[in-house]
Design a protein around this ligand. Structure first.
Ligand code: ATR
Length: 264
């Protein structure tokens, strides 16, 4: 039986096993998908197990999306651009790092029929998922990307990695069309202290968090009369692409899958 994992720390919250195991069963694939919490010094040894095919592949979540890169043989173009890997495949003897967060975000936005082209985007946070959001937003031709992070050094590092990024201080809210919460604030009912006085209407509030379904950030967006969306579709589509890479099959993305993830 083939074996797949998601590695991260913490990992307890991950819904990836539920989703992948559902799809494996649905497609009659003889494989199992589990989550495993690793320490940084265990990463190299774990990845070696994929090279010798004790393990068939893995997803990577925070805080290891960059950590895994030196242990891989090749990166896809997108993983290279983002310097972030969330899916590892074994291909003709090589360990290949892919980034399916990028297409996950793109597919989610496309399926909402939201047009990113020529829009001003404000991203809150500078953690693991942000480089992928930036690559996707650039592909979708956003006109401006501004990062606001509590620790300004991390926002400045992203500015060095990508062209055309602006940064503002944490708490500052410049004019935007779409605001994305990519911080961990909201996972445990926290609020984000934003100066809302200049936020008009016709904006799009997007939260990468999908559990809870509606964070305080999204509640605020709604209260101000704006469009809101959580990160569930992005999560489903990044898994969809990883599943396709490993098994060569496009799995089901339907209402049933939404319900499956809602039960938690
Ligand atoms: P990592 O930083 O390890 O990649 P992450 O979950 O991807 O982890 O990122 C957490 C993000 O939430 C970061 O942008 C973090 O800001 P810092 O870079 O300043 O740590 C942000 N964050 C977490 N707790 C926060 C808080 N209480 N106030 C503001 N931002 C917070």
């Amino acid at each position: 039986m083939k074996k797949y994992f998601v590695i991260g720390n913490p990992i307890g919250h991950s819904l990836s096993p539920k989703l992948h195991n559902h799809w494996l069963k649905q497609n009659n694939i003889n494989a199992v998908y589990e989550k495993i919490k690793l320490e940084e010094n265990e990463i190299e040894n774990f990845i070696h197990k994929i090279k010798n095919q004790e393990i068939n592949g893995c997803n990577v979540t925070v805080p290891f999306k960059k950590t895994v890169i030196p242990f891989l043989d090749k990166l896809s173009l997108e993983a290279e651009q983002a310097q972030s890997v969330n899916t590892i495949c074994f291909n003709n003897g090589d360990l290949v790092g892919h980034n399916t967060d990028i297409s996950g975000f793109q597919k989610a936005i496309n399926s909402l029929n939201y047009e990113i082209k020529d829009k001003k985007i404000l991203i809150l946070g500078a953690g693991g998922v942000v480089p992928s959001l930036i690559v996707a937003l650039n592909k979708l031709e956003a006109s401006e990307i501004t990062i606001s992070n509590r620790t300004s050094k991390k926002a400045e590092d992203l500015k060095m990695q990508f062209n055309k990024i602006n940064t503002v201080s944490w708490g500052e809210v410049p004019d935007f069309d779409m605001i994305i919460n990519a911080t961990s604030l909201g996972l445990n009912n926290e609020t984000i202290d934003l100066n809302t006085s200049n936020i008009g209407q016709g904006k799009f509030f997007y939260d990468v968090i999908y559990n809870p379904n509606e964070t305080n950030f999204l509640k605020l967006g709604k209260k101000l009369g704006n469009q809101i969306e959580n990160g569930k579709l992005m999560f489903i589509y990044q898994a969809f692409e990883a599943f396709r890479l490993w098994h060569g099959v496009e799995p089901d993305v339907s209402e049933k899958i939404f319900k499956l993830l809602d039960n938690d």
